[in-house]
Ligand binder design. Structure first.
Ligand code: SAM
Length: 223
């Protein structure tokens, strides 16, 4: 059996009861970074488990080995470093393989940064489109320009290294829509959580003033 388990995006209190129970009883945990998951088990006071690293750049033979264990009847848990496995994180290849091997799969949902940002945004979120991390080069400007015509709320992830540049590029791409709402969520669920609400016109000032620390989600209102 494969259990797909979401873990906190910052605040340990967001671990679910089902996640705790499953992490306790499984045979081994498939994770992105064994140090991060080892530390999580420690902080949650959970027993040590065998940790099998499997990330986006892993050799496909790793997925084969994990699949063999599942076929052999082991109960494995899939986690990522934070949040929901597969959401801008590894996981897809293993879940897809487990499905094709007809392994029973259960999902134990929990935090995901884009969902937390959407619910905190105060923007309509009955229809939204999630872009993960924006492309760095090819297609980036085309995508940013396409936001002009998007009729759903837009949400994407950004790293601390690029947040200022991305906010500036967004201001430029949407300059004809100065009143359009933008929300930038930083360090959600953590001590320094911050949700900045602005408009396209306010973006250049925010690009300078926002604290350049931690993790970011950008939400843009529909056109
Ligand atoms: N699997 C994760 C999820 O379910 O949200 C996302 C992993 S992705 C590699 C990491 C990115 O998610 C960060 O660069 C940031 O954009 C966003 N993120 C993760 N935790 C966050 C938090 N606490 N506050 C704001 N953004 C966060």
């Amino acid at each position: 059996m494969l259990s797909i388990v979401s873990t906190p995006i910052g605040n340990l209190g967001d671990i679910t009861l089902r996640a705790l129970e499953t992490l306790k009883k499984c045979d081994a945990i498939v994770c992105e970074d064994t140090r991060v998951t080892g530390q999580l088990l420690k902080l949650l006071d959970l027993p040590k488990k065998e940790l099998l690293s499997c990330h986006g750049y892993s050799d496909p033979r790793k997925v084969d080995n994990i699949a063999r264990r599942l076929v052999g009847g082991q109960h494995l848990v899939l986690v990522s470093d934070a949040g929901t496995p597969g959401i801008s994180d590894p996981g897809y290849a293993l879940v897809s393989r487990a499905r094709s091997e007809r392994i029973p799969i259960e999902v134990i949902p929990g935090p995901a940064a884009f969902l937390a940002a959407l619910s905190a945004s105060g923007l309509p979120i009955n229809r939204f489109v999630y872009f993960g991390f924006l492309p760095l080069k090819k297609g980036r400007q085309t995508l940013l320009r396409s936001f002009k015509d998007e009729e759903r709320t837009i949400v994407f992830y950004e790293s601390v290294h690029r947040i200022e540049k991305t906010i500036d590029e967004l201001a430029e791409a949407l300059r004809e829509q100065p009143d359009r709402s933008v929300v930038i969520a930083r360090e959600l669920t953590k001590v320094h959580e911050e949700v900045v609400t602005t408009t396209v016109a306010g973006l250049p000032a925010i690009a300078r003033s926002i604290t350049k620390k931690g993790e970011f989600v950008v939400v843009i209102g529909a056109r």
